[in-house]
Design a protein around this ligand. Sequence first.
Ligand code: SDX
Length: 421
Amino acid sequence: MNSAKLILDNKEYELPVIVGSEGEVGIDITQLRGKSGAITLDSGYGNTGSCESAITFIDGEKGILHYRGYPIEALARQSNFTEVAYLLINDKLPSKTELDNFNYSLTHHSLIREDMKKFFEGYPPSAHPMGILAAMISSLSAYYSQKDDMDLNIIRLIAKIKTLAAFAYKKLIGQPYIYPRNDLSYAADFLNMMYAVPSEKYEVPKVLEDALDLLLILHADHEQNCSTSTVRMVGSSEANLFAAISAGVGALWGKLHGGANQAVLEMLEKIQKDGGNYKKYMDMAKDKNSGFKLMGFGHRVYKNFDPRATILKEACDKVLSELGITDPLLDIAKNLERIALEDNYFVERKLYPNVDFYSGIIYRAMKIPTEMFTVMFALGRLPGWIAHWKEMRSNLQSRINRPRQIYTGNVNQKYVPIESR
Ligand code: SDX
């Protein structure tokens, strides 16, 4: 299958077809407008490939997710976040020496410039940490030039994002900043900066360090999702890495995307406050006029289970039992899932729990405040965003992204001076 035929206005056009390494078929319409004068239309890009990519493969029907060809289940069970970050960005699993050097670099670039602390001072306690994070990441471009070595800027960004996130949290709760420590793992260092206070010794519980490391792995990439496509869009104009990633943070913030984990918790808390009447909310979710959607359910690509949700559901039970926590919200979540999996509305539309459905419950068990949940998603997704930015920038054929449109506005308007309007 190497071509497709399109008949338009009784003319036949032959279009090349490409087949990916996992057998996906794409009709290449790069020359369509030049040959036929017509463009295609695909609102929400549900059927449109923006690029060829070798980073992540998803099979939505089979619930498959691979990072650089490695199944997410194997990486979740056997790898760790910085190794997965290295894999995504460098397209290879690191040797022990390579990983030690990568971890050493991440550790020794985790401080932010002292004068950046002044930026935090202007925010009110009500500021959302995602807005602060987007601003701070973009502000890194004031200190690190795009002319610097790209790999060094990549290290700086992965190393500093957890410091920026933890400082934003400390600023919002009015506590002193806790500086990064060189003796801790990536996940443990973040938790230490979040929870340590100068007045007492804090030991990061291993169960929390392991849970966070797993959550970061599961969020590390997801091919052309909204925020990653935003990073590629901004990067395609040759804007610097920090500007492109800052834009990705902005896109992730929306509750239909990364903001869903915060929205799931707020929904579960609302159901709990409403006497735990989850059936009422299931009915609302099925009623188009209610404007209510079941947060954490549904996915543009997964029309079967989201493999990350399956892993997270097990991790939820494990973390809660190890911490000795019984969370009524988890019971509500499990009841919602059970009913949805049997309810025709959800089954017909293939709406299953997605990555955001259970992650919020683990973050809550880790005492991460709800408004920090999407920041946690950004920490995890950063290596994926960087890998896509690097892939797009190293492809010499890549052009600035500039979609077309079909104009449906007014035509033949005659200008009338204001006096006569
Ligand atoms: C993430 O793309 C990615 O990979 C994203 C992500 C990643 O790792 O980057 O996986 C992370 O963003 C996960 C998704 C988190 N968002 C939510 O949980 C918010 C709730 N979900 C929905 O808003 C929705 O399911 C989306 C946004 C996730 C997907 O939207 P689509 O693909 O545009 O699907 P749709 O809105 O066209 O839905 C199809 C039908 C519609 O009903 P009909 O018009 O066919 O009658 O399903 C209904 C929708 O109304 N529907 C829901 C629903 N999700 C879809 N009805 C109730 N509750 C829901 N959650």
